[in-house]
Design a protein around this ligand. Structure first.
Ligand SMILES: Nc1ncnc2c1ncn2[C@@H]1O[C@H](COP(=O)(O)OP(=O)(O)OP(=O)(O)O)[C@@H](O)[C@H]1O
Ligand SMILES: [Mg+2]
Length: 274
């Protein structure tokens, strides 16, 4: 049997000497064409895991394999030609334009020192169209809205033409329409181009709608992994998020839908007119 596109085995992640592990014993695989949603409360380690999978943060134990090869052993350049990550860092006063930031994504293949080829330019044009940024390609990135910047970060990752795409909360600042559009785009990239996608999300219902499988982080480990039906249960979610939830079904798709339940119900007072 062929190796999964991405495999984490016995992975422990964390920062700096003396600090405890953020996550231990993470085992997961992502196949080509699959979208895995990463869920978990604030501070549960979603960003840390994504950074470790992208080879930005060395694993404290275990390994990250891409197409069967150990990413840490193969080196940074090798990994960056295959694995792209879109993080939530802000533009920090950069004077680069949208176009220039997206072009930086091509450096994974070309190196920093060689000029862009015609093919590189075609990839950048295509990516700017797909992320609806073509009309603002000459704008400095420090003058974008948070949602526009978020699409630039995704576009830069796509310009890398990766096999594995890691996205950290790509819908955080997007309006309702762009949220769906970005997740539809991610879905197409997985189905049509065979990318393996790991996407961290806070919206449980987005995960239920768009992910093939869900990995739920809590208590310093992978608390549950599986299809949305298996992971999005009131029991598992109540334990992970420490709050009561109600799980129902989407009326059209039948996928689990999670509804918040108030901890304390207000008495149903009649409305008094002045
Ligand atoms: N650079 C760092 N140095 C030390 N500890 C860090 C660092 N970055 C994050 N942490 C700690 O690691 C833990 C996991 O953080 P992480 O950012 O991965 O969580 P998260 O699940 O992405 O949270 P959120 O939903 O808020 O984005 C937290 O306890 C956090 O304080
Ligand atoms: Mg995070």
């Amino acid at each position: 049997m062929s190796e999964p596109r991405l495999r984490a085995e016995g992975l422990a992640c964390g920062y700096g000497r003396g600090l405890p592990d953020v996550l231990t014993d993470v085992d997961l695989t992502v196949e080509s064409g699959e979208v895995l949603a990463l869920l978990g409360p604030n501070g549960s380690g979603k960003t840390t895991l994504l950074r470790t999978l992208a080879r930005l943060l060395p694993p404290r134990a275990g390994s990250v394999r891409v197409d069967g090869e150990d990413a840490w052993r193969r080196g940074r350049a090798w990994t960056h030609r295959r694995v792209a990550i879109a993080l939530q860092d802000d533009p920090q006063g950069s004077r680069l334009t949208v176009d220039e930031v997206v072009r930086l994504g091509r450096a994974a293949h070309r190196g920093w020192w060689l000029p862009m080829t015609h093919d590189d330019g075609a990839v950048v044009d295509r990516v700017l169209e797909r992320t609806r940024l073509a009309a603002m390609r000459d704008r400095p990135v420090d003058r974008l809205s948070a949602g526009e910047w978020q699409r630039v970060v995704l576009a830069q990752a796509l310009a890398q033409e990766p096999r594995v795409l890691l996205l950290d909360e790509p819908t955080a600042h997007l309006d309702w329409n762009f949220q769906s559009e970005i997740l539809e785009l991610v879905d197409h990239l997985a189905r049509d181009q065979g990318l393996a996608v790991v996407v961290s999300l806070h919206d449980l219902n987005q995960a239920s709608t768009w992910a093939d499988r869900i990995a739920l982080l809590a208590e310093g480990r992978l608390l549950a992994i599986g299809e949305p039906d298996a992971v999005l249960t009131a029991d598992i979610l109540g334990r992970a998020y420490r709050c009561p939830v109600l799980v129902d079904r989407h009326p059209l798709t039948g996928t689990p839908m999670v509804l918040p339940t108030p901890r304390t119900r207000r008495p149903n007072e009649p409305v008094r007119m002045p």
